[in-house]
Structures are given as structure tokens and as C-alpha cells.
Design a protein around this ligand. Structure first.
Ligand code: PLP
Length: 377
């Protein structure tokens, strides 16, 4: 039945295993409930209204977004409590304010006093109370101020007085947790992540600055954290779909991975011992994810239509070609042009962002097509 259904879809196509997604959503909501933190999942992982609904039904409070296109799509679907967790810049002020005027509360993130001043001036006319989070660098070294940066407290105090803006709190992201394969190292990074914001929040409160939001989150650290004391919300994203990067890190099992790409064989060569799929770099992404720990990782694992691992890997990609190499005879006999396989991907967020829709599988049946709100603006 599965094979028949999947044979009818055009390829390449992004497949979503609904049972796995529901299980992943339920587990994370349970973790957040037990830790007494609000779950504000990062929706950049899926960019999909139906998946956001599923997360909220499982217990999430609000969403995190990474583009204004996501903010608009989720806002239009009735999700009005959003945090835009990429530093905001002046070219986006007008749209942030417009979204507020349309009833969508879109919190922003910055670590720059000039950005705060520009946003304050832009918001002054309409008087919208844009919530501003100060971004703290807990060791990822991408964006934000170190928690002990002498500019951190004055910046928060400045925002607290920069009406109509509202100082919302502190936000940090331990993206470097993806470099830590040892569980004990992830526990340490999760504690660094927590302390970076909790310690600063305490100092701010001592100085009379109220701090509502103390926000942490990456899937590996949220799953590893020994304590959430002082944290108010967690923003994991990838956990919902999971992927081979997480599975290789040990933060999920391979059978938690909920997205794969349906692909057709376009070439099969005994001379090269290769099979070429119509899923290349723009269907799978070029993320090599777990290659540090799995030299054979390539660009994904090849599964049959029922999800059984054939032991083959996509070894190389060009734009529209996915090359499977060193293919044993038994597969060269079967994987002829037109044959179909599924590719389990390294980094689900990047793969999803290349597709227009999820093809939803429930109990192996193709049941629906859910739009992915791609793009930036
Ligand atoms: C600011 C921010 N918060 C949260 C997340 C979610 O992290 P993950 O996908 O590891 O759960 C990300 C991911 O890149 C992020 O950039």
C-alpha cells in the first residue's frame, strides 16, 4: 500500500511521517512541562502552519521564527505571539511595526544600541510596544553580547526606558552544541547556556530592571539540560522533525527522523557501480551534517519506500543529481531508471527550506499536502 501510494507522487518530493512528528512533539512538550518552562518552538524547522498547530495542541506557547515571511504566514493563521530570533536590522523595522499594527505581537532580538534607537524612532509614530530581547552569547560566538560584557546591563536599562519599546528579556542559543558528541559535553553546554542568561537576569533584577523572558534553546542542549532553574522558555526547533545529524549526535534515534525525500532513479551504471537519483543538492541540501563522526554520511541514507535502510548513501550531489556509489550487484539489478527510493536527510531544516510542501504520510498513506512558507520577505 505504501509503495503504491508513493509511486503516484512526482519526484523529488518531501515526505513527512506524521506519527513520528506527533511523537517528537509530545516528548518535547512533556520535557518542557516537567521542567516548568514554556515551550516556544523554533518554527524555522518546518515553516508550516499545520505543524505549528500540532505543536501548540501538544502544549507549545507561542512560536519562534527566523524570517518575516514566517511571521506573516503564522500571524495570518492566528499565531499572534511570535519571537523573531534573528537580529533585527533597520530594513525590517517597517514590517515589524506593520505586523504589530495587524495584531501580531512580534518580539525582536538585538545586541546593538543603535538598532534599539532606530526601532524606537520608527515605532514612536504608531506607539507600538515592540518587545525587545537582548541577545546573549553563551559561547556560540555568532551574535550577542557576552553575559559579563560591560555594555549588557546598560543596553537592557536603555531598552527599558525606550518607550514605546518594551524590554522583554534575555535570549541565548547554544548553536555550538552541534559540535559536542559526548553527552557530558552537551550537559555542560546546556548549563553554560542557562547560566549565561540566568546570571545576567538576576543582576538586572537587582538593579531594578524587570526581566520577563529568560529564553534558551537548541535541540541538543534542551534535551541534555540538567536544570532549567531561572529559565522561563525554551526554543528548540529541530526536535520536531529530527534528522541524521541529531541521530549521529545521539540526541534522537534514526526512527525518530520524520522527513525524507522521495526520489526516482534516473541513471544506473554497472561500469561506475553507481545509481543516480533525481534528488541532488537543491532537493536534499548540501549539508554534510554528521560527517565528522560518520565518514560515510554523505548527503543522506537511501531507504526503500517502506523506510528500510538499504545500506546505501548519497555520496555526492550536484544541483539535480544525487549519486549513490559502490552499489552492490543486488541493488544494481533493482534500482533501474524509474525505481523509487527515499533519502533520509542530514539536516531537516535546510532540506525543508528547499521545498514548497510536505507530503504527509499517515500510517504509510499519503493523506495531505502542507505548504512550507519559504523565502524571507
Ligand atoms: C536563535 C535560535 N534559537 C533556537 C534555535 C533552534 O535550535 P535547534 O534547531 O537546534 O533546536 C535556533 C536554530 O538555529 C536559533 O538560531
Amino acid at each position: 500500500m505504501t509503495a503504491m501510494t508513493l509511486d503516484a507522487l512526482p519526484t523529488p518530493a518531501l515526505l513527512l511521517d506524521l506519527a513520528r512528528v506527533r511523537r517528537n512533539a509530545g516528548r518535547m512538550s512533556e520535557l518542557a512541562r516537567a521542567a516548568d518552562v514554556a515551550l516556544r518552538p523554533h518554527a524555522k524547522t518546518h515553516k508550516c502552519v499545520e505543524l505549528a498547530r500540532l505543536q501548540v495542541e501538544a502544549g507549545a506557547h507561542g512560536l519562534t521564527v527566523s524570517t518575516l515571511a514566517e511571521a506573516r504566514a503564522f500571524g495570518a493563521a492566528g499565531f499572534c505571539d511570535l519571537t523573531y530570533a534573528v537580529p533585527v536590522e533597520p530594513g525590517k523595522f517597517a514590517e515589524v511595526i506593520r505586523l504589530h499594527e495587524a495584531g501580531i505581537c512580534l518580539g525582536v532580538v538585538t545586541a546593538d544600541p543603535e538598532v534599539v534607537e532606530g526601532l524606537r524612532r520608527a515605532a514612536a509614530g504608531s506607539g507600538v510596544a515592540v518587545p525587545v530581547h537582548v541577545e546573549i552569547d553563551c559561547g556560540d560566538a555568532r551574535t550577542g553580547l557576552a553575559p559579563d560584557d560591560p555594555d549588557a546591563i546598560p543596553l537592557c536599562q536603555h531598552i527599558a526606558n525606550a518607550l514605546p519599546l518594551r524590554f522583554a528579556g534575555l535570549l541565548t542559543h547554544a548553536g555550538h552544541s552541534y559540535d559536542a558528541q559526548e553527552p557530558a559535553a552537551r550537559v555542560r553546554l546546556a548549563e553554560d547556556e542557562r547560566l549565561a542568561v540566568v546570571s545576567l537576569a538576576e543582576r538586572l533584577r537587582q538593579d531594578g530592571v524587570p526581566v520577563d523572558v529568560v529564553s534558551v534553546g537548541s535541540t541538543p542542549t534542551v534535551k541534555a539540560a540538567a536544570s532549567f532553574a531561572g529559565v522561563t522558555e525554551a526554543r528548540p526547533g529541530n526536535y520536531l522533525l529530527s534528522d541524521l545529524f541529531q541521530a549521529t549526535l545521539g540526541t534522537c534515534d534514526v526512527d525518530d527522523c520524520a522527513v525524507s525525500v522521495l526520489a526516482a532513479v534516473v541513471d544506473c551504471s554497472r561500469t561506475r557501480r553507481s545509481v543516480v537519483l533525481d534528488a541532488g543538492a537543491i532537493a536534499l541540501s548540501k549539508d554534510r551534517g554528521p560527517v565528522r563522526w560518520d565518514a560515510r554520511a554523505g548527503y543522506g541514507r537511501v531507504l526503500d519506500l517502506d523506510g528500510v535502510d538499504l545500506g546505501l548513501r548519497v555520496a555526492n550531489v550536484s544541483q539535480e543529481h544525487g549519486e549513490v556509489r559502490d552499489v552492490p550487484d543486488r541493488w544494481l539489478d533493482v534500482l533501474r531508471p524509474g525505481a523509487r527510493v527515499r533519502v533520509l536527510v542530514n539536516h531537516a531544516c535546510l532540506t525543508v527550506a528547499q521545498h514548497d510542501a510536505f507530503h504527509v504520510l499517515d500510517d504509510g498513506q499519503f493523506v495531505d499536502r502542507w505548504t512550507i512558507h519559504r523565502g524571507w520577505h
